[in-house]
Design a protein around this ligand. Structure first.
Ligand code: AKG
Length: 232
């Protein structure tokens, strides 16, 4: 099986998992923690969320990258005002392709990113240099655990070759003071309407078909625009 065939599936359609995509990212407990981590007193905005499904034997690998390696292309100004939260829906461990991070690598600043096969990945010279002295950590998570990480943290994951699924939700946040000059969606500049933590138990599914975060083809971070390679 090739790496492409093992590609991780995102879920952009209707699914019971979508419930978590609507409520969990804006739950009070999560937003309060995000507000403390982001380097700004401005309100927290929810950039986007995705349901990551790594199915047994097929869930694919991710190359080393920084999320700001993508979001730089959206021309977000401040990496310290951008972060991600991964919430485990199933157990995640070394066997089923949990997230791996290089501890402290967010302090390196932004590393160059380019195409690595089908994916956009970090410059491996810098990754290998970092691994000489910095600790590689396998993020072993139990269902319900949340991992908060800086937009410049180097991370990757391996394919899920185990017999068990590895599902998670990854939500990404920006401060309202952080402007993006090449982003087509609008959620990144709208302050989050926080919901009580209990709402996840009370919510009933409704259609999400008009939400702009579903339109993957509009995302400049996933295109090779070339602008970032030239200094004008
Ligand atoms: O869920 C994974 O295995 C990796 C996902 C990831 O690195 C990302 O979405 O930036």
């Amino acid at each position: 099986m090739t790496r492409a065939e093992r590609k991780q599936s995102y879920h952009y359609g209707s699914h019971r998992g979508m419930m978590y995509l609507v409520i969990l990212p804006v739950a009070k407990k999560i937003i309060s923690a995000v507000a403390q981590f982001l380097d700004s007193d401005a309100p927290v905005c929810h950039f986007h969320s995705k349901l990551m499904q790594k199915e047994p034997k097929v869930g694919g690998a991710w190359e080393w990258h920084q999320d700001y390696g993508y979001w730089y292309k959206n021309q977000f100004m401040f990496p310290d005002q951008l972060m991600s939260v991964m919430v485990a829906l199933t157990a995640a461990n070394k066997e089923n392709g949990c997230l791996q991070v290089i501890r402290g690598s967010h302090k390196l600043g932004r590393v160059n990113h380019g195409f690595s096969g089908e994916q956009v990945g970090a410059d491996m010279t810098m990754v290998d240099n970092a691994l000489q002295t910095m600790e590689l950590v396998y993020c072993d998570l139990q269902p319900g655990d949340a991992l908060f990480f800086h937009s410049n943290l180097l991370h990757r994951s391996e394919a899920n070759l185990s017999d068990h699924p590895r599902w998670s939700i990854i939500s990404c946040y920006s401060s309202q003071s952080n402007l993006a000059y090449n982003e087509t969606s609008t959620s990144w500049k709208v302050a989050v309407s926080i919901v009580p933590d209990e709402a996840i138990l009370e919510w009933e599914a409704s259609s999400l078909s008009n939400n702009d975060f579903l339109k993957k083809e509009n995302d400049p971070a996933l295109k090779d625009t070339g602008w970032e390679n030239e200094v004008k």
